[in-house]
Structure formats: C-alpha cells, structure tokens
Design a protein. Structure first.
Length: 428
C-alpha cells in the first residue's frame, strides 16, 4: 500500500508558513490544523517537545495526515494539509528562525494546563522556549505577533500573558514594553474529543483511505472554537470551518469547563471504581449517569448562560459521551488532576458550599481522585507531592489542601470525601 504524501493524495503544495504551533499532538491535528486547512494561504510550522517520532513520520508524509471522524454512523476519513513543516522541539535554530520570520503572524499553543505555571527558571520549558523566540523576534524586527493558547484553562490568553510577564522579569525593560504593546494574547475556548489513536484505528484508516498513514488522528464529528482578541498581522479564515469570534468568552468558557470537562473528570475518577474504562461505558452505568446529571444540575445553578442554552448543551453532551464510535479512555482524562480539578470542579463546589449544599457528585469526584493518587500510575506535574499527601493520617484533608485551603478547612466536606473514598476503596 502506498504511503500518504502530497503526490499519492494529489494534495496541493505546502502553503507558506504563516503560523507556528507549539505542542503538536492529536488534539491540535484534530482541531486547529483542521480549521486552518480551510484557508489555503496559511501553512503551519509545528513543533513537538514530547514525541520525538512524530516529526519524522509527518515529515516523511510531507506534513499530511488523516482525521478519522467517528460517531454513531460509519466512520469517514479526511486528509488535512495545513501543516507545512514539522520539527522536534530541540531544533532551536529552526524555532528561533520561525519566530523571527516576518511572514509568521501568530503562534498557537496546546501545551496542557500545567505548562502555564510560571517556573522560577523557565529554561527548557514550553514557556521558556516561547520567551526565547519572542526575545529573538524583538531583537531582529520588533514586529507584532499574536499568541493563541488553546488549552482548557480559564482565561487562557490572560494566563499566558501573566506567565510570560513573570518569566520576562529578568529581561530588559524595553523588551517587556514591547511584549505589552506589540504582542496580543487571544482567549479561546476549544472543544473536540480526541482519544489516543490505536492500532485498530490505523488499520481502519488505511482501509478507508487506501493509503498508509503512519500518523492518523481519530475524533468525533463535533467541534467548537470560540475566540476573543486582536490579531495584529492577520489570521487564517478559521470561520470558514465554523470558528466563531465573540467579544466575551467567559460564559462559554464556564459552560465548557464545568459541564463537559467537569463531567469528564468526574467520570475519569469514579468510573474505574465501578469497572468502567471509557467514557461511553461510564455514562451507561446507572450510578455514574446519575452523578453526571446531578453534577450538571449543580453547575447549572451557578452558570451565567441561560437555561435553554444549558439544556441543549447537556443534550448534546449526552449524545457525545454515549457515542460508541469513540473509545475515550478514562485514564487519558485522569492525568494532571491538580491542574484540572481547580478549574472544572472546585468553582461549583465552592459556590454550593457557600449556599449550604454538599453536592454528592463533587464529593465522588474528589474521593475518586484521592483513590487514583493511592492506587494508579499518576501523571501530574505534582505527582510526588500529591501521592505522599494521599497516604497516611488525615490524607483527604491534606490532599484537598493541595488544591484549595478553604475547602480543606471544611470539616463536613472532608468527612464526606473520606467516607466516599473508604467506600470506593472497599469496592475495588
């Protein structure tokens, strides 16, 4: 079988690089790159710091890859051609050259929520590499640039601005002024479920495509991209693929974090206790389904969007979660809990506690997280700290304090988490 490339796929030539992406992975290829493919004048230079094999595979395929869209009907495959070049993250000279190119107008990022924590020494981190590129752009041309973070973080544009400003404290005052005046930070809300690709997915893709794709992506039919901010040197026509540009993202951001991501985290930590391994299995379990509905009820009491919008969003989430076309593994969602829970679960929990309510769904999520820290291989930037806190005397309070000191001082909440964690532990 012939390998996928621009000749075998009869694809157009690679577009000139006008955008750079940091954090190449399955989600970027199922989301931002798909939207960018709607504008043939914009090509992406993509960098990955985690996967050393992906740059080689995509380079051999001349940047092409396929997206297999799977729902409740027969899967379909589409070829995406917006990535013009792919590089390893340690290709520093190429990275700096791209960031200083006068043709490059924007940088998109998918680096996970943990990467927005500004370290004392940013060298070697995603923020450090971005800061180095911005400094080189300042030194060579001082041309404007737009940064477009695409991670599930409240106010991700503002969070990136704050982290970069913190990292730039040791840089000159003139550079910091340029950063404030010439670099814009665009807030986004992104949504498309993208599970890890399996060997079976690769086999299905090859059958449907008639070509061998060494780097396919699997995703759902649904996709959403909302953006708010200024683009100093222009942008791709993302609206051709359905992106929406709005003045205020807060309500949509809240809806997505609380309803979709919050339910995901709830299921990721409670599903394995009841023998479930994927989202579609979990939402078919009566007890887990009840917890999700209860969670959505609690979140709806504090959400700012209207009830009609929220009811429709819940209906669509039920369909998306229950789809058997995707096998979205709970262990994939359970990573980085210390970064995700404060945005997804804790705001609703705090609001409920201030009104004297103790939502059982939030208690279940926290108890499941505590058990996860005790019994699973944990992927989290604070893994050593958290796994130590999860064992020993008063573990629920100590682990909760790592997320929120106020909630950790709530005796009723701590006792409820401890009781539910004990129940979960007995059920294993």
């Amino acid at each position: 079988m012939a390998r996928l490339d621009r000749t075998s796929a009869r694809a157009r030539p690679a577009a000139p690089v006008r955008a750079v992406h940091l954090g190449l992975g399955a989600f970027h290829r199922a989301h931002q790159a798909v939207y960018t493919a709607a504008d043939p004048d914009w090509g992406i230079a993509a960098y990955t710091f985690r996967n050393t094999e992906l740059p080689r595979l995509l380079t051999e395929q001349e940047g092409l890859y396929s997206v297999q869209v799977r729902g409740d009907t027969a899967p379909r495959v589409e070829i995406v051609d917006s990535i013009s070049r792919v590089h390893r993250g340690d290709d520093t000279e190429r990275w700096l050259a791209d960031l200083t190119s006068p043709e490059v107008a924007l940088v998109t990022l998918t680096v996970t929520e943990a990467a927005y924590r500004a370290p004392d020494d940013p060298a070697g981190t995603a923020l450090g590499r971005l800061l180095a590129g911005l400094r080189r752009r300042y030194e060579t041309s001082r041309a404007p640039l737009s940064l477009v973070p695409c991670d599930n973080l409240p106010g991700n544009g503002a969070a990136l601005r704050s982290a970069l400003r913190s990292g730039a404290q040791r840089c000159g005052a003139e550079f910091r002024a340029w950063l404030d005046e010439q670099v814009s930070f665009v807030d986004t809300v992104v949504d498309r479920i993208t599970p890890a690709t399996t060997e079976q997915d690769r086999t299905t893709t090859a059958r449907l495509l008639g070509l061998e794709d060494r780097a396919p992506v699997v995703t759902e039919p649904f996709g959403e991209w909302l953006l708010a901010g200024e683009f100093r040197l222009g942008r791709p026509a993302w609206e051709r693929a359905g992106a929406r540009f709005v003045d205020d993202l807060d309500a949509y951001e809240q809806r997505k974090l609380w309803f979709l991501n919050g339910a995901h985290s709830l299921l990721a930590y409670t599903g394995p206790v009841l023998g479930c391994g994927t989202i579609d299995e979990a939402v078919r379990h009566p007890r887990l389904s009840d917890w999700v509905e209860s969670w959505w009820d609690a979140a709806g009491r504090h959400a700012t969007l209207g009830s009609d919008d929220l009811l429709e969003y819940r209906r669509r989430l039920r369909q998306r979660f229950a789809s058997r076309g995707l096998r979205h593994h709970l262990r994939q969602i359970a990573s980085d809990g210390s970064q995700k829970l404060p945005a997804r679960i804790l705001p609703v929990l705090r609001a409920e506690r201030h009104r004297g309510r103790l939502p059982d769904s939030a208690v279940a999520a926290l108890a499941g997280w505590l058990l996860h820290l005790r019994t699973h291989e944990v992927r989290d930037p604070r893994v050593e700290e958290l796994t130590a806190l999860a064992h020993g005397p008063d573990a629920p309070r100590r682990a909760l304090a790592a997320l929120d000191e106020e909630l950790a001082a709530d005796d009723e909440l701590v006792a409820a988490v401890e009781d539910r964690a004990r129940e979960f532990g007995a059920a294993r």
